[in-house]
Design a protein around this ligand. Sequence first.
Ligand SMILES: N[C@@H](CCC(=O)N[C@@H](CS)C(=O)NCC(=O)O)C(=O)O
Length: 206
Amino acid sequence: MTLTIIGRSSSHFTRTARLFAHELSVEHAFRPVADLTSRDVSHYAGNPSLKIPILETAEGPWFGALNICRELARRAAHVPVIGWPELLTDRIAVNAQELVLQGMSTEVSLIMQAAAQPNGVIARESKAMESLLNSLQWLDAHLPEVRARQAAPGALSILDITAYCFFTHLEFREVTDVRPYRALRAFCDAYGARPAAQATSYRFDF
Ligand SMILES: N[C@@H](CCC(=O)N[C@@H](CS)C(=O)NCC(=O)O)C(=O)O
C-alpha cells in the first residue's frame, strides 16, 4: 500500500508533514479532505479528533503532523540528522518551538471560528489574536539567535520547518499583516528556496 498523507494543501500542519516527506524523499501520495467542517470521522481517515493531517499506512493511520514526521523518518531509506523538538535543551529554543506550535493551533482556532461566522471575518480583537501577535513579536526577536546557536547546524530542524509553515501560512490566509516581522520574513525567504518548500507551496485544493 502506498503511504498517503491526507490533509489540505492550504493547511500548515499538513505542509509540515509533506515538506518533511519531501526532505526525506519518502514516496507518498496526497489526498485532500474536501470539507474541514465535516464531522464524519471517515473523511479524516478515522482520526476521531476530526483534524488533519493523517498518514495512511498498511498498518493503519497515524494522527498528527509530528507523529507523521517520526513515522516517515522510520520509513526513510536515508535519514539526515534531524533536530527533533525533544532534543532541544536551550531554554529560548524550546520556548520558540512551543510558541510556534501553539501559534499554529491558535491560528487554526481563529480561522475555524471565522469560518463558522456568517461574515467569515477573523476576530481581530480577541485574546487569541493578541496571543498570536505577542508570540510573533517574541519569535521575530528570538528565532535568529536560536538558529545561530543550533546544536547541530545543518540538521533538518523541526523548529525550522514548523516556523516556516506557520509564518508563511499567516501571510497566505491573511490572518495578520506580517510586514513588521522582518527577521521571520528573512528566514522564510531563505528557507523557501529549498526544493521541499517549493514543492509544497500553499494553495486551495478546491
Ligand atoms: N495536533 C494536530 C493539529 C492539527 C490541526 O489543527 N489541523 C487543522 C488544519 S491545519 C485542522 O484539522 N483543522 C480543522 C479543525 O480544527 O476543525 C497536528 O499536530 O497535526
